[in-house]
Design a protein around this ligand. Sequence first.
Ligand code: NAD
Length: 297
Amino acid sequence: MKIAFIGLGNMGAPMAQNLLKAGHELTVFDLNTEAVQSLVAAGANSAPSPKAAATNAEYVITMLPAATHVRSVLTGEEGILAGIAKHVTIIDSSTIDPASVKAFAELAKQNGNTFVDAPVSGGTGGAAAGTLTFMVGGSPQAYEHVKPVLAAMGKNIVHCGDTSTGQVAKICNNLVLGITMAGVSEAMALGEALGIDPKVLGGIINTSTGRCWSSDTYNPFPGVIETAPSTRGYTGGFGTDLMLKDLGLATDAAKFARQPVFLGALAQQLYQTMSTKGAGKLDFSAVIKLYRKNGDA
Ligand code: NAD
């Protein structure tokens, strides 16, 4: 397939590499020329704009930080919609709000194109290994159409429902994640203050009813899980600022739906405090620093 790929960051670059490995013909664009150069070295073509990248493409994929970037890459003078052929599908894998997805899908429709939301979970490790989960929002036909392309980058390709339901799934999952990480942090720090060995406490939680991913895979207390970011100084994981962005998407969507998110709003304030203290680039499990007596956040 001829595929245009826009946004070669921590996630987009390894995803694009996997498309090349699967034998697709790739044309890439990013504002960061170094990121473009490493894809060109791996066999991709580069284009001077999203518009140029989209010309002749059979699929267009975007992997950008936030909705504002997707809007400019899509609708700008040199944007995708200015260059894309009719009936070509645009797949956006960025994590953005459901309302923006619906607006972009409408703009694409007016241009004769289909816009599918397909956010991912699995992190940079999953992107490199080609084992991402894609949460796809769109018609059943659109889902069937994008599935073979997404299969080169992911292991689970799930149809969530109509346009924007992929983002709904992504936002709700990360709402749970932000809350459980704060909960595990609270419990681990309390246990430490009351004098139990954190490794013993972690082991008990992980074989008891408090067990969850934030506890048994990504425990925020250093040394409890050897492979967790907490054990390597909270580096190389899912950034606090990205978690803050996702909780913002959840609380905004909840406002729109007139739906309470008591714990999500509180968790948002915790990660915001971390960000204000200059810890936005640390893995989000560093939120435990707000609880520990010797925490430096
Ligand atoms: P990133 O900041 O590493 O990469 C974004 C890329 O987009 C950069 O290379 C940047 O130069 C490029 N870009 C920005 N504006 C552009 C424009 N106008 N035109 C062309 N290129 C532009 O971000 P990331 O970690 O790759 O995340 C991308 C998306 O995936 C985000 O929405 C994020 O929330 C989501 N996500 C990230 C992870 C993760 O673990 N990092 C996991 C799941 C989902």
